[in-house]
Design a protein around this ligand. Sequence first.
Ligand code: CTP
Ligand code: MG
Ligand code: K
Length: 180
Amino acid sequence: MVGSLVATAFWAMLPAYVPNNAAVLAGGGRPIDGGRTWDGRRVLGDGKTWRGTAVGTLVGVLLALGLNAVNAPLSSALGFSLPTFPLHAAVALAFGAMVGDIGASFIKRRSGRERGAAFPGLDQLDFVVGSLLLAFLVAGDWFLSTFTPGVLAVILVITPLLHVGTNVIAFKIGAKDEPW
Ligand code: CTP
Ligand code: MG
Ligand code: K
């Protein structure tokens, strides 16, 4: 029971987890805010680029399609049904994760934090809120049948742990400038 909840939560959120990591590897180029400032501070900063956002979204969507392709054999091996991703839900999860992260940078800049500064709590959950909110808005029925209260509770626990873990690894291998 707990095992299937954790597996379902992890599986359902993979298309939301991977885009931010893909953006780290793909980042660079023109910043989304074009260098513009607001009240003397960058609107978003150099850490939010068009290329990182586009590649991150694309990787998340392609991952969801890949998960769909292996869903049936894996579900039957596990003895319970893992969720499948309709295309609009996949796009919402992946793009929503990027938008949540961009929104967090907007908040960080308004609160005086420079690019790369840590904002504990926001850093770990921005993309979850963005992906779940967008998925709810564009794929409401799918959202409600996939993200049951139990699955949502598991997501709130495992996401910060996974986020901290992957960022420490990304930092150690030199893919990220800070371990958060
Ligand atoms: N990145 C990107 N586009 C995005 C998100 C991330 O290009 N939409 C890339 C950038 O190279 C960024 C790196 O991934 O520097 C790490 O992402 P993140 O930690 O979210 O950005 P920070 O540089 O820490 O900036 P911020 O303080 O605004 O979060
Ligand atoms: Mg950062
Ligand atoms: K971030």
